[in-house]
Design a binder for this molecule. Structure first.
Ligand SMILES: [Zn+2]
Length: 255
């Protein structure tokens, strides 16, 4: 398994990354991607990738941090994206749930990073919360790019638009939640070569662990739910989602 989205540099949730990573490996996780959300977290994600063979990183500015983003930050992202273990740019996007950055600040932050990713051919990790119509109509006007909608939370029509754009659907703990009937239907009908598994740890634990911090080892619960929905064996769901992770993030094959 590959946990394609986690925040293991969060020292409060993961005071001992040695243990977190070891637990994940023992649970069958071969690789995990630590996702940056601003300068500091991107630097931490890269340093974990340098320290641990199983860890890879993305770098980028999350929409809730867009207020602190400046065009001058692009140079650092550009440099990091040359690193052999920095597999993509993200998470970037729009978040209209939280009020930390204005929509205008989020748009500048998104567009500048999107242009950089296009220029470098880097895959992107999109964060989109309560902003799906806005983000999709913006993407419709931009060139096609390789990206995953991390923790996809749209409706069936929006899922189809993501797929039409060539995007991947990232699924995590919410796939296991009793209320997520529509999400499970969308994933059941989605092309199997466009679905990625992730945890978003320490957030969004699977149903059995709700109320506790999530960790990359628990990505197996997301995979198990996916196998159940697709009516395939665990091994088959693992084979498919692992191949999808390599397809979107080619640098994951870096030693
Ligand atoms: Zn995240």
């Amino acid at each position: 398994m590959i946990d394609t989205h986690c925040h293991i540099y969060d020292a409060k949730a993961f005071p001992n990354p040695d243990h977190t990573i070891q637990d994940a490996i023992e649970a069958g996780v071969k690789k995990l991607i630590a996702i940056g959300i601003d300068s500091d977290s991107s630097a931490l994600a890269v340093s974990l990738a340098e320290k641990y063979e199983a860890v890879f990183a993305t770098v980028g500015w999350h929409p809730t941090h867009a207020r602190d983003f400046r065009s001058t930050k692009i140079g650092a992202l550009r440099d990091w994206l040359q690193h052999s273990k920095v597999v993509g740019l993200g998470e970037i996007g729009f978040d209209f749930h939280w009020d930390f950055s204005t929509p205008a600040e989020q748009e500048v932050c998104f567009r500048e990073q999107f242009e950089l990713a296009l220029e470098l051919g880097s895959p992107m990790v999109y964060h989109c919360r309560e902003a799906m119509p806005h983000m999709l109509s913006l993407l419709d006007k931009l060139p096609r790019a390789k990206a995953v909608f991390h923790c996809f939370s749209g409706n069936a029509e929006e899922a189809q638009r993501v797929l039409n754009l060539g995007g991947y659907l990232g699924v995590d703990g919410p796939l296991t939640y009793p209320k997520a009937v529509e999400l499970r239907e969308i994933i059941q009908g989605a092309p199997r070569d466009r679905v990625l598994i992730e945890t978003d740890a320490p957030y969004l634990p699977p149903q059995k662990f709700r109320g506790k911090p999530n960790s990359p080892a628990l990505v197996s619960h997301v995979l198990a739910k996916l196998a159940e929905i697709w009516e395939v064996t665990l091994a088959e769901a693992d084979r498919i989602t692992t191949a999808n992770a390599y397809a979107l993030f080619p640098k994951l094959s870096t030693k």
